[in-house]
Design a protein around this ligand. Structure first.
Ligand code: AMP
Length: 223
């Protein structure tokens, strides 16, 4: 899943992964867990993340290599927040080996909408779920609807840091999208719609690619 910060990648990846019984692999979540646990890695990346910059390619590629090698990722996986640079995309191709080709979906959302969303985003301090800003009154919601954990603002969700993350996105990540653009497995969708419509378009995109290439999509799990 590709797109700017706050495009809804995490939310959509979570729903899609749950529906098809696949692991959702979010490099941002992995790094935040490391920060929370106070590990050496977490301490090393904290300042970079809080400034809205990207952590080094080799470090992230190593994390993803190790995560994709785990047994639960064998039937497939949903990647959220990786790759973000051309070297990461090239490394991911190398990691795919004999697996089915990647299905790459870009969620498009205009910059000003991103800033509006991210400023009002709250995340659960326990399970990491996001409270979406669309239509709701996120400030009025005090507890996570999944697990009851308290909701907090991410350190990198301030307006200044979000604008920096958008700059980084246009400079480092947008050129990477060109890397995928001509593949038959690439699709683009409008991420500025209501979450239910994005979800619908995402599933339609994945099924269209899978059908065209005769790829097997795991069976849908009962709700
Ligand atoms: P996210 O939760 O995906 O918005 O990621 C939060 C922060 O983690 C980013 O602003 C980066 O500092 C770092 N990060 C996450 N994924 C990557 C990646 N693939 N490459 C470099 N830095 C990353």
């Amino acid at each position: 899943m590709l797109g700017p910060p706050g495009a809804g990648k995490g939310t959509q990846a979570e729903v899609f992964a749950r529906e098809f019984g696949l692991p959702k692999i979010s490099t941002g979540d992995i790094l935040r867990e490391e920060m929370q646990s106070g590990s050496e890695l977490g301490r090393a990346v904290k300042a970079v993340m809080n400034r809205g910059e990207l952590v080094g390619d080799q470090l992230i590629i190593g994390i993803v290599r190790e995560r994709l090698a785990r047994p639960d990722a064998v039937p497939g996986f949903v990647l959220d927040g990786f790759p973000r640079t051309v070297p990461q995309a090239e490394a991911l191709d190398g990691l795919m080996g004999e697996r089915d080709p990647l299905i790459v979906v870009e969620m498009q959302v205009a910059d000003e909408e991103i800033v509006r969303r991210v400023k009002s985003r709250r995340v659960c301090s326990v399970c990491g779920a996001s409270v979406s800003a669309f239509g709701d009154r996120p400030h009025a919601v005090k507890r996570c609807q999944n697990c009851g954990g308290s909701l907090v603002t991410r350190a990198d969700d301030t307006e200044t840091v979000v604008r920096e993350r958008l700059k980084v996105y246009w400079r480092e990540t947008r050129p990477m999208i060109e890397y995928y653009r001509d593949r038959p497995t690439f699709r683009r969708l409008n991420g500025a719609q209501a979450p239910e419509s994005v979800r619908h378009d995402l599933e339609a995109a994945v099924f269209a690619v899978a059908e065209g290439l005769k790829l097997v999509v795991p069976p849908r799990r009962p709700a």
